[in-house]
Design a protein around this ligand. Structure first.
Ligand SMILES: Nc1ccn([C@@H]2O[C@H](COP(=O)(O)OP(=O)(O)OP(=O)(O)O)[C@@H](O)[C@H]2O)c(=O)n1
Ligand SMILES: C[C@](O)(CO)[C@H](O)COP(=O)(O)O
Length: 227
C-alpha cells in the first residue's frame, strides 16, 4: 500500500538548547534528520517525501539530501511558526494521493512494520495514529496540588506517524486554518470534525528527540540495534 510522507523539520529545538535545529545534531555520526529520512527512502511503499524546512536552512538540507542520496524528496516547502502550519504547508503543495503519513522528523526510530499497519488502517478507516500504552501513573495537577488520578488502563502516549486518507487530512487542515484552531497533533484536527481516529500500537523506541537526555537514549537505541 503506497503512501507519501510529510516530515515537519522546521522547528527551532528550543527545549534541546543546542542553539540550532536539533535535527542537525548527530546520532552515531549521522544527522538525526538523515536517520529519519533513510527509513522512508528505504521503504518501498513510500513514493514521496515532503520536508517542511526553514528557508534559511533549505540549501544546507539539500546538500545533506545529496550527500546521503535521499532521492524521494518531492518538495521542501517553507515551514511555519507552529508545527501544524509546517505540516499544512506541505499538504497544500501535494498532489492528490491516497494515503499521507505525517511524521516528526525528530522521531528517527520509527519502523516499517508500524508504518505498514498505520497505512493499512488508514486505508480502511480513514485515520490511524501511532502510540504506546502509558507506563506511568498520570495525574491532573492544579496549583501544585493533585486534583485527579487518571485511569491509566485507557491512557496512551501518542506519537507519530499519523496516517490519513489525503482528502480527510486536507479538509481538516484547511478548516483548522480557517477557524484558527491549533492542535498539538494532526489527529486533533480530524477528531474535531467528528471522524474516528484509530490507534496502532507502536514501540517505546519511537521517541521524539526533544531534550538533551533524548540524545543519550538515541545513542543507546542505535547501539542496542547493532548488537
Ligand atoms: N514550527 C515548527 C515546529 C516544529 N516543527 C517540527 O515538528 C517536529 C516536532 O516538533 P518539536 O519536537 O517540538 O521540535 P521543535 O519545535 O524544534 O522543538 P522545541 O519545541 O523544543 O523548539 C520536529 O521535527 C520539528 O522540526 C516544524 O516543522 N515546524
Ligand atoms: C505530534 C506529537 O509528536 C505527538 O506526540 C507531539 O504532539 C508533538 O509535540 P511538539 O511539542 O510539537 O514536539
Amino acid at each position: 500500500m503506497h503512501y507519501e510522507v510529510v516530515l515537519p523539520a522546521a522547528g527551532s529545538g528550543k527545549r534541546m538548547g543546542a542553539g540550532k535545529n536539533k535535527l542537525f545534531l548527530l546520532l552515531a555520526n549521522k544527522p538525526i534528520l538523515i536517520h529519519t529520512l533513510e527509513v522512508f527512502q528505504r521503504d518501498g511503499n513510500c513514493t514521496g517525501i515532503w520536508l517542511a524546512v526553514k528557508p534559511e536552512e533549505r540549501d544546507y538540507i539539500q546538500q545533506l539530501l545529496e550527500e546521503y542520496r535521499i532521492t524521494k524528496v518531492k518538495g521542501l516547502p517553507s515551514g511555519g511558526n507552529e508545527r501544524q502550519h509546517s505540516v499544512h504547508s506541505c499538504i497544500k503543495e501535494m498532489n492528490q494521493v491516497d494515503i499521507v503519513l505525517v511524521h516528526d522528523a525528530a522521531r528517527p526510530f520509527i519502523t516499517t512494520p508500524v508504518i505498514e499497519k498505520l497505512v493499512l488502517t488508514a486505508k480502511e478507516e480513514g485515520a490511524a495514529i501511532a502510540g504506546v500504552r502509558a507506563k506511568d501513573t498520570m495525574k491532573k495537577v492544579a496549583d501544585g496540588i493533585i486534583v485527579e488520578t487518571v485511569d491509566r488502563d485507557n491512557l496512551w502516549s501518542i506519537q507519530t506517524p499519523q496516517a490519513f486518507q489525503f482528502d480527510l487530512i486536507k479538509e481538516a487542515e484547511d478548516i483548522a486554518e480557517k477557524v484558527g484552531f491549533l492542535g498539538t497533533d494532526e489527529a486533533m484536527l480530524v477528531e474535531r470534525l467528528g471522524h474516528q481516529v484509530h490507534i496502532v500500537e507502536s514501540t517505546y523506541e519511537n521517541v521524539k528527540i526533544t531534550t538533551k537526555e533524548d540524545i543519550l537514549f538515541g545513542e543507546a537505541i542505535i547501539q542496542h540495534r547493532t548488537i
